[in-house]
Design a protein around this ligand. Structure first.
Ligand SMILES: O=C(O)C(=O)C[C@H](CCCc1ccccc1)C(=O)O
Ligand SMILES: [Zn+2]
Length: 351
C-alpha cells in the first residue's frame, strides 16, 4: 500500500514573484468531477485536469513547430522588461503622446527560435502571441483537429456560450509577465508546455484594481503596478485578494469572462506554451437585481464610451477645458459621483 506521497511539486516557491496581496488557491479538480460543471455554470474559475483537451500539442516543441508551423509571419511582442502589458493599437491614434512599453513585430518562426535560444541578459524579451489560423502547416492542422473538441463543446453547449472566436498560441520566455487585465469572453486556457502561474481577481474587486479608462490603449488592463503599487493613487488596492494556481502541462483553466487575471511564466522555468480557447458569452436573458458585478462593468464601459463620444475628445474626459456648455450635462455626469457606481468608475481612473 503506497503511503500518500507528499505531492511531488515540479516547481519551487522561489520561482514565484512576490506580491503584496494575499491569495487563496483556485480549486483543482479532475474533469470527471461533477463539481467542475457546477463551478463553470456559476462562472467560478477552476483548474481542470485529465481533459486531454490539447494533448496533441504536448509535442509542440520549438523544433517540431519550426518544422511544421509554416513559413508565415508570427505576431511577437518584444519588451525591454519582463512585463508585456497588452495595448490596443487602434486606440494609439487618439493618444499621440503615449508610447506603449512594448512593440509588436512580425517574425518568421525560425527567427523567433533563434532569438530565444541565443537570448542574453540585456536583450529584449520576447513573447510570441499568434492566433492559430489556416496558414499553419497541415501537420499542425492534424494535431489541432485531434484536440478534445467533444469535451469542450459540451461546456459551450451546457453554458450556452457563443461560438469559439479564436485560439491564441502563446510561447513565452521564462519570467515573462502578462499584467492584470480582464477580457470580455469566456476562456478555457490550456497549458501545454512549462509552468505558468495565474492570479485571478473576481469582477467584484473592480474598485480595488483601477483599470485604465475605456478609450485608453491599455483599456481593460489594471493601472496598478503589482511590483510597486502606488497606494496614493490606488488606495483600495490594499483590499485586493487574489486566487491563484500554477498551471502545468495538460492543466486547463476555466477563466470566466470579466475576471481579472495576471499570468507569469515561472522564473528559471524555461519556455512556456499555452493555447487559449475564447468563446463569446451567453446572451444576457433576464436582468435581475442587484446587478452582477460583470453587468456593472459592462454598464461602466458603455457610460465611459458615451461620455467620451459626447465630449468627442478622450483627453478632455479627464480635464475640462473651456467648452460650450452643450457638454455641461456630460461634465455633470462625469464628475458628480452619483453614488458608488460612479465612484468606482471614476476614482483613481479619471481623478
Ligand atoms: O488568455 C488570456 O486571456 C491571457 O491573458 C493569457 C496571457 C496572454 C494574453 C495576451 C492578451 C492580453 C489581452 C488581450 C489579448 C491578448 C498569458 O498567458 O500571458
Ligand atoms: Zn487575458
Amino acid at each position: 500500500m503506497a503511503t500518500s506521497e507528499p505531492k511531488q511539486q515540479p516547481w519551487r516557491e522561489e520561482q514565484l514573484r512576490k506580491y503584496t496581496f494575499k491569495t487563496d488557491q483556485i480549486p483543482r479538480l479532475p474533469c470527471s468531477d461533477s463539481k467542475v460543471d457546477e463551478l463553470i455554470s456559476l462562472g467560478q474559475p477552476v483548474v481542470i485536469t485529465d481533459t486531454k483537451l490539447a494533448t496533441p500539442a504536448l509535442k509542440w516543441t520549438l523544433d517540431y513547430l519550426q518544422e511544421h508551423l509554416g513559413d508565415g509571419d508570427y505576431s511577437t511582442y518584444e519588451s525591454d522588461s519582463h512585463i508585456f502589458r497588452y495595448f490596443d493599437e487602434k486606440k494609439l491614434q487618439s493618444h499621440k503622446g503615449y508610447s506603449p512599453p512594448m512593440k509588436r513585430i512580425e517574425v518568421k518562426f525560425p527567427e523567433f527560435v533563434q532569438r530565444v535560444r541565443n537570448y542574453e541578459p540585456g536583450d529584449k524579451k520576447l513573447y510570441l502571441q499568434q492566433q492559430l489560423n489556416d496558414t499553419v502547416g497541415k501537420q499542425i492542422v492534424v494535431d489541432f483537429l485531434q484536440f478534445n473538441w467533444p469535451w469542450i463543446s459540451t461546456y459551450q453547449r451546457k453554458n450556452n456560450w457563443g461560438q469559439l472566436t479564436s485560439n491564441l498560441l502563446l510561447i513565452g520566455m521564462e519570467g515573462n509577465v502578462t499584467p492584470c487585465h480582464y477580457d470580455e469572453q469566456e476562456n478555457l486556457y490550456a497549458q501545454v508546455g512549462g509552468y505558468k502561474r495565474v492570479i485571478l481577481f473576481p469582477p467584484s474587486q473592480f474598485s480595488c484594481l483601477y483599470p485604465y479608462p475605456v478609450h485608453h490603449p491599455h483599456d481593460r488592463q489594471c493601472q496598478v503596478d503589482f511590483e510597486n503599487p502606488d497606494y496614493e493613487r490606488f488606495p483600495n488596492f490594499r483590499n485586493a485578494h487574489g486566487y491563484e494556481a500554477v498551471l502545468g502541462p495538460e492543466d486547463v483553466l476555466y477563466l470566466p469572462m470579466y475576471w481579472f487575471h495576471h499570468f507569469e511564466s515561472l522564473l528559471d522555468g524555461g519556455l512556456t506554451t499555452s493555447i487559449t480557447f475564447w468563446y463569446k458569452s451567453a446572451p444576457t436573458t433576464d436582468i435581475t437585481y442587484p446587478l452582477k458585478p460583470q453587468q456593472k462593468m459592462a454598464m461602466m464601459r458603455n457610460i465611459e464610451k458615451m461620455i467620451t463620444e459626447a465630449l468627442n475628445d478622450p483627453e478632455e474626459v479627464r480635464s475640462f477645458g473651456p467648452k460650450s456648455d452643450s457638454d455641461s450635462w456630460v461634465r455633470f455626469l462625469a464628475v458628480v459621483l452619483v453614488g458608488p457606481f460612479m465612484k468606482d468608475m471614476v476614482l483613481g481612473r479619471y481623478t
